[in-house]
Design a protein. Sequence first.
Lengths: 111, 108
Amino acid sequence: DAGVIQSPRHEVTEMGQEVTLRCKPISGHDYLFWYRQTMMRGLELLIYFNNNVPIDDSGMPEDRFSAKMPNASFSTLKIQPSEPRDSAVYFCASSDRAEAFFGQGTRLTVV
Amino acid sequence: KNEVEQSPQNLTAQEGEFITINCSYSVGISALHWLQQHPGGGIVSLFMLSSGKKKHGRLIATINIQEKHSSLHITASHPRDSAVYICAVMEYGNKLVFGAGTILRVKS
């Protein structure tokens, strides 16, 4: 398995634009997590799914953020409209309850 | 109070030194992870522990469930060990809560 795959690796967008981050988890993993990392706040859990169902989205900062998992092999995190304070590295991770594996992250810059 | 506390926040060591990073947590957990993040940004899972001790090369991780404490040890440290080490606890329900991380710099 190629591991958790995130795309794009880097995204620069203008304030107000819609941003979509993508994640392909490891095949067979039934948990998928979206995290955000900033210098100020470190790593934060945004939302996680179990068997494609959102379980806990209490970390999603506001209604501008939404996440979907239409099937076991794909998830998206969407920000609409984006703001400069959304600039961060967004990580996706998947887990089989034994271990968690992280993607390489998407570095988002909103200007 | 944070649910996961790491110490020290910053650590500078000389090559060859034995290093210990500590993690204390306040909630019930099903497992604890030690993660490594290099300056390039990628995160690698080093260990997942639910009890006892694990060893991988020069790295050793221990956990004491009763005391809600875990340690990560690096023997014969090397400059390539320089990274941020993050403790993360997996609460019941598989939610991961992260410590703030320990920035380790090993000088040659």
